[in-house]
Design a protein around this ligand. Sequence first.
Ligand SMILES: NC(=O)c1ccc[n+]([C@@H]2O[C@H](COP(=O)([O-])OP(=O)(O)OC[C@H]3O[C@@H](n4cnc5c(N)ncnc54)[C@H](O)[C@@H]3O)[C@@H](O)[C@H]2O)c1
Length: 263
Amino acid sequence: MSPANTVAAKPLEGKKAIVTGGARGIGRGIVEALARAGADVTVGDFLAEEATRTAEAVRRETGRDVAAVRTDVTRLEDAMALRDAALQAMGRIDILVNNAGWDHLIPFLKSTPEEWQRVIGVNYLGVIHTCYAVLPHMAERKQGAIVNISSDSARVGSLGEAVYSGAKAAVVAFSKTLAREHARDGIRINVVCPGLVDTPLLAEIQSQDFGRKVIGAVTSAIPFKRLGRPEDVAPLVVFLASDAAGYITGQVTSVSGGLTMAG
Ligand SMILES: NC(=O)c1ccc[n+]([C@@H]2O[C@H](COP(=O)([O-])OP(=O)(O)OC[C@H]3O[C@@H](n4cnc5c(N)ncnc54)[C@H](O)[C@@H]3O)[C@@H](O)[C@H]2O)c1
């Protein structure tokens, strides 16, 4: 067994990472886990103050360099600026985690073109933008790991999330294609699909009648009979970002308490 394939105590020691949407929820859990695993992190989030507070708290706890940059991933120029800020702060980018996302539950025929634009803009275009910004740097260095946060809805559909599910499925296909295109550059690209995770976004969804009913029904179908937590999702992201996952690319893995067991 080669050293690269063993799981180290600090599997990301010295690595430099970008996490989008890292201010709160699953993204915050990922920032914490990456820093505890030894990585320095630049957080890109449009909730600038919350992102700064998160960065300070994680820096205090872990002693790693953690910084926040106000970023709207729907804008390519913001993705470019996030890359530049990360390079200036950390010198290189080894890991990109595309976690920023947004949804609200609504039957498709009641949704509006403005909502479609927003959902596709954040959940799909946002991933395209950061990958476009960061991949040339990774390709030049012949190494890198990208982890894209999709959703179980991408694999099996989800009531009230037609456009969101489509955007998250697009992230899966996009990631697999990039994994093929950039394998020769030593870049691995994988996808993590959370099920239902207890975050501020889920709380917002549950604050509406339709959302509460759907989430209640789906929760009762989870074999583990509980919502996920950000710390349930983050360890898989750490693993996929680490050298121990050096032979894994183009893969899609659910973290959903068994809610979906898609092939
Ligand atoms: N919570 C769940 O049940 C669940 C399930 C499946 C997938 N997901 C996915 O997991 C990811 C995180 O979700 P969460 O539940 O933690 O949500 P959250 O709203 O609690 O956190 C999302 C973070 O992304 C940031 N963000 C949103 N739009 C942005 C933009 N345009 N530019 C930069 N930052 C932006 C927000 O400010 C926030 O900090 C999302 O991609 C979401 O689609 C969540």
